[in-house]
Design a binder for this molecule. Structure first.
Ligand code: AMP
Ligand code: FE
Ligand code: FE
Ligand code: ZN
Length: 285
């Protein structure tokens, strides 16, 4: 069984539509794929409708959080997408991304970059708008060569010249909300240092005490030393260990299924969840 529990579509900052994503997952030989767009569940319906036979869809989201000033992503799986408290928080974060992206455009204009909101809005194409869309605009304008090159202090890195903050949830509150909606939580890429500061181990321990279920260990942004350290931390704290691609289509270089999750861990996630069931592919369009 090949299981990839972290993928993005055009519902946020991926470049494959939800339908393309599930077809690509089947073509990549995956048995299970999770759709985890940033702060939104809007891709579920299309992914479900297009789900190929033999592929199972795990519904989820990647929630934008911040703790003690450090940005943090929380993967949430198999929660009830209509549960009102989590839905309200998700919408608050997603909707705040629009004025935030406009603020980044304004800062870039102040730095002499002729980017427009219309350009960013066209690139985001209705998805949960984020820095990768602004970064794509900077690539189009020839300001930087790649999306990744825009994530520097000169441009869009956290606290960078053209960065603007968005609403982000306290992760203790996020865990409480996801559990309240019957979902399971996994701390995404906890050691992805190239994205900026990472949460200290004491905070991971506190999150574990607050009900965090697991940590993502096998991730393209983790070197072998980081993976070893995180595995031992997970063992100490009694946390599940996952592995995933964090696929973003052509906006990142990582391939679907590049890292995968152990079937036993997947089984435990499904067993713990009460908000939704994985969706078996019936061989849709
Ligand atoms: P946002 O949620 O709008 O703040 O944007 C965060 C997203 O930017 C992450 O989910 C990644 O997809 C992307 N990202 C963050 N750091 C980098 C980086 N160093 N290179 C490329 N993409 C990045
Ligand atoms: Fe992303
Ligand atoms: Fe992330
Ligand atoms: Zn992600």
């Amino acid at each position: 069984m090949r299981i990839d529990l972290h993928c993005h579509s055009t519902a946020s900052d991926g470049t494959d539509t939800p339908a393309e994503l599930v077809r690509g997952a089947a073509a990549a030989g995956l048995d299970v794929v999770a759709l985890t767009d940033h702060d939104t569940t809007r891709g579920y319906a299309e992914a479900t409708a297009a789900l190929p036979g033999g592929l199972t869809l795990v519904t989820g989201a990647e929630l934008s959080c911040r703790v003690d000033g450090v940005p943090m992503h929380l993967l949430a799986y198999l929660f009830d997408p209509e549960e009102p408290a989590l839905l309200a928080e998700r919408e608050l974060v997603r909707d705040d991304r629009v004025p935030r992206a406009r603020a980044m455009v304004a800062k870039l204009n102040g730095l002499g970059v002729p980017v427009t909101w219309e350009q960013v809005d066209r690139i985001a194409a209705g998805g949960s708008v984020g820095r990768p869309h602004v970064a794509t605009a900077l690539v189009e304008l020839g300001v930087v060569e790649t999306v990744s090159d825009a994530f520097t202090p000169d441009w869009l890195a956290d606290g960078g010249r053209a960065h603007a903050p968005k609403h982000e949830t306290d992760p203790f509150e996020a865990i409480r909300l996801v559990r309240g909606a019957g979902g399971v939580t996994v701390l995404a890429h906890p050691a992805a240092a190239k994205r900026g500061r990472t949460v200290p181990e004491e905070t991971v321990a506190a999150l574990a005490s607050a009900g965090l279920d697991g940590i993502e260990v096998e991730h393209t942004d983790h070197d072998p030393a980081a993976r070893a350290r995180l595995r031992s931390l997970a063992a100490d704290l009694g946390l599940l260990v996952t592995g995933s691609s964090d696929y973003h289509g052509s906006r990142k270089t990582v391939a679907l299924g590049e890292n995968t999750t152990d079937p036993e861990v997947y089984g435990e996630i499904v067993r713990r969840a009460t908000g939704a069931f994985p969706v078996p592919g019936a061989g849709g369009a």
